[in-house]
Design a binder for this molecule. Structure first.
Ligand SMILES: CC(C)(COP(=O)(O)OP(=O)(O)OC[C@H]1O[C@@H](n2cnc3c(N)ncnc32)[C@H](O)[C@@H]1OP(=O)(O)O)[C@@H](O)C(=O)NCCC(=O)NCCS
Length: 392
């Protein structure tokens, strides 16, 4: 097997998916995709777009403006039609699956240069829009139990995650994200994008919109569950509805050497796992267990971990079950620059975004670490875990 190295990775800031307040309310998802594709190619002038072997693009809802967004977004970006594209979905892990497919094509020798990306605009293409659920599914599941918020409430109950712990985690995530933003830690991964300010004036957006600088814990504790009467999953301890894109440049080590490109990390291993869709948030548990079992590694071999924070309840269940870190925030190696509770979670983008962030966290904050892991859950019980390894 050949080695697949990570040459670069970028993302847009995440904007709120809000018709009046969203900083990217003027943009379509294909335009967000163009921003990361052109940003990536501009930063890597040795790569001619026509030399890219394929683009793999993830999105959770490939309908409407996101129908075959990989192909249509690539062509709409004015990029060469000789490059094949593949739009993929397995819900939130979509951008991660694209990275796995791209890396494997490189490792088997089928490709030398791949762009793996993910994009989602939860305002223009709302979660679940245009779905036509198989009625037979209801023989096996109660439809209401499959809704994301309901699954987060069920995880909180079954894994006994207290409301105060969820709120504390959300506050910590925002604090870490604000600190990372202020220290300029996202500068290497964020491509500034022209959007709109609250008054509708054009503004260069350079950071994520949702990050809350001031958290009022007392107010947070009084917020009502959006999903269940008397429940505990609120707008504050859920990832917000957002829009954004992320892209990674993957290459065979031989090609990178030929082009004189530098790299520090390579694709180590990747697995998908399935779980009960009514507690879909615990997906990283079987995914990471599978990853550790197949690689012979254990959590103690890993440096930083990017665990997508779809909801605080499911993140805490995964952290505790796998003993990834402390029982409660503050954490030492999980999401050290904050997670989706603060940064946002544009579904099909997040699998690619957490790998981009992991590469930057490794380089900046964990330079001695040999391994880092990114993992996330997804709707209907899809999950993924991906190992990044330092090249030797
Ligand atoms: C929870 C959810 C329904 C809330 O959506 P919403 O009702 O549209 O709420 P918003 O995100 O606009 O936030 C509601 C309000 O709560 C406020 N709020 C959020 N966190 C807060 C906090 N810590 N303290 C005080 N107020 C807070 C917001 O500021 C907002 O008010 P504003 O519009 O005046 O700013 C939505 O974010 C959601 O569905 N999240 C989960 C997404 C999901 O399922 N993803 C897939 C996972 S697999």
């Amino acid at each position: 097997m050949r080695e697949c190295v990570f040459i670069d990775g970028v993302r847009t800031p995440n904007g709120r998916a809000h018709r009046e307040k969203g900083w990217f309310r003027n943009l379509r998802p294909d335009e967000l995709l163009t921003e990361v594709l052109s940003g990536l190619l501009k930063r890597n002038p040795k790569i001619k777009p026509e030399d890219v072997d394929a683009l793999f693009c993830g999105t959770a809802n490939p309908s409407g403006m996101q129908a075959d967004i990989g192909r249509l977004g690539w062509l709409a970006s004015g990029l060469p039609d000789c490059v094949p594209t593949n739009t993929l979905t397995n819900q939130c892990p979509s951008g991660m699956s694209c990275t796995m497919h791209g890396a494997r094509a490189i490792m088997t020798g089928e490709a030398d240069i791949i762009i793996a990306c993910g994009v989602e605009d939860m305002e223009k293409v709302p979660m679940g829009a245009n779905y036509n659920f198989p009625p037979r599914l209801l023989k096996f599941y109660n439809g209401a139990d499959l809704l994301m918020g309901a699954t987060a409430e069920k995880v909180a109950e079954q894994w006994k995650i207290a409301r105060v712990d969820m709120d504390n985690m959300a506050a910590w995530s925002n604090k870490k994200a604000a600190a990372a933003r202020d220290a300029g830690k996202f500068k290497n991964e964020i491509i500034p994008v022209k959007g709109l300010d609250d008054d509708g004036k054009e503004k260069l957006i350079e950071h994520d919109q949702w990050i809350r600088d001031k958290i009022d814990m007392a107010k947070m504790a009084t917020m009502q569950s959006t999903f269940k009467p008397g429940g505990n999953v609120t707008a504050a301890n859920s990832s917000p509805l957002t829009q954004g894109a992320a892209a990674l440049l993957l290459m065979s080590r031989e090609k990178a050497d030929q082009l004189g490109l530098s790299y520090t990390y390579k694709y180590g291993f990747g697995v998908l796992a399935g779980c009960d869709p009514t507690v879909m948030g615990i997906g990283p548990i079987p995914a990471m267990k599978k990853l550790f079992q197949k690689t012979g590694l254990s959590p103690k071999d890993i440096g930083p971990i990017e665990l997508n924070e779809a909801f605080a309840s499911q993140s805490l269940a995964c952290i505790r079950d796998l003993k990834l870190d402390n029982e409660n925030a503050p954490f030492n190696r999980v999401n050290v620059w904050g997670g989706a509770l603060a940064l946002g979670h544009p579904l099909g983008q997040s699998g690619a975004r957490i790998i981009v962030t992991l590469l930057n966290v490794l380089k900046t904050d964990f330079p001695e670490a040999k391994y880092g892991v990114a993992s996330l859950c997804g709707a209907f019980g899809n999950a993924g875990a991906l190992l990044v390894e330092k090249v030797s």
